[in-house]
Design a protein around this ligand. Sequence first.
Ligand SMILES: Cc1cc2nc3c(=O)[nH]c(=O)nc-3n(C[C@H](O)[C@H](O)[C@H](O)COP(=O)(O)OP(=O)(O)OC[C@H]3O[C@@H](n4cnc5c(N)ncnc54)[C@H](O)[C@@H]3O)c2cc1C
Length: 396
Amino acid sequence: MTGQANAPAECDLAVVGGGILGLAVARELKTRHPGLSTVVLEAADRVGTGQTGSNSGVIHAGIYYAPGSLKARMCVAGAGAMYELCERRGIPYDRCGKLIVARDESEIPALDELERRGRENQVPGLRRLGPDEIAEVEPHCVGASALHSPATGIVDFAEVARALAEDLGEQEVPVMTGAGVDGIADSGGRLRLSHAKGETRTRFAVFAAGAAADRLALLAGAPADPRIIPFRGSYLKLSPERRQLVRGMIYPVPDPSLPFLGVHLTRHIDGEVSLGPTALLAPRGALARTAAWPGTWRMALRWWRTGLTEMHHALSRRSLAKEAAEYVPELEPGDFEPYFSGVRAQALGRDGSLVDDFVVSETERAIHVRNAPSPAATSSLALAGLIADRAEPGLT
Ligand SMILES: Cc1cc2nc3c(=O)[nH]c(=O)nc-3n(C[C@H](O)[C@H](O)[C@H](O)COP(=O)(O)OP(=O)(O)OC[C@H]3O[C@@H](n4cnc5c(N)ncnc54)[C@H](O)[C@@H]3O)c2cc1C
């Protein structure tokens, strides 16, 4: 049904956004209520081309996130569900494990805190390693201490999204591609969604539109806060003959005040090994919109120094490679070539703070996913359950 010509004029549930999250929500609600007439409306000509199609591909185990936060709970539950789905559907994945490496004594308190969080979040199998044990897991990696997470894995989330769309096809849920929603209005107790394939009146809608989350929420009458600001993350990849220097994943101890995990070396399911991502504010034609939000300027004042480092990384392969060599000293700039980039949809509050946790809010006939950055791909199946619970009163 993907890409069919006519969208239904009426339905019970419309899910806007055919990324991994929207597809998972549609599948969850249709499975719970087979009688619900449901449609997915996706702007692009294929599903899973947004953030779902351009990311590190890591099934996170749930280490970093504040205990009790949605990220912590959804990530741990979502990772388990993701592995089960991959197993059941024959989607290739690899639980290849990850190291978070403290380079020297100064990074050990922050690593201790990550370990404490990971244990409180009940991440399975966490181990603390000294320098010799680091070399047993990653023979070419050096560090003063590391946290090993054997439950962290890799997958192609776009392939997961395609599998979810196939499930929806079997459930007779049309996944309309090329159907970007650009108008939302109340219409006789329903929501009227105007889109590139016509109009659909629905009893209830779930908006999971990634980078467009704030625009659609505003159209539906939700508050302007928070806004989405796009961060472009670029990756380099290792040349094939140097890939054996990295077995799984090697991450730094991240800056605890930023919701990003730092530049990491990651094996991908197709065998490539990436280095990245950078985190550069990437307005992508939205400069005016981003600059008009007071939070952008407040953030810029707070983070200008970090911003300069990121700009340096983004412009210089040498500077990124130098950072990787702090963990794997054999790596050199000539080992890397450009790979891909993805745009992170990160919510920013009016006060200039980057919103850390997932945010799901409601208007009268809709649920809006307002902040679903990493690890939302890992968490998607668990988040779909949470969103479905919250949608049910409006649907039954
Ligand atoms: C560089 C990078 C690295 C990351 N690494 C990881 C990782 O390793 N592990 C992890 O778990 N997560 C990671 N993430 C985060 C993860 O990719 C996202 O959290 C997840 O994909 C969000 O899924 P989504 O469905 O909400 O958004 P998206 O995949 O962005 O989907 C939103 C969809 O909505 C559609 N849309 C937009 N506007 C409209 C409209 N008006 N009408 C209809 N449709 C519309 C878009 O075309 C898109 O298909 C990373 C993200 C990036 C960018």
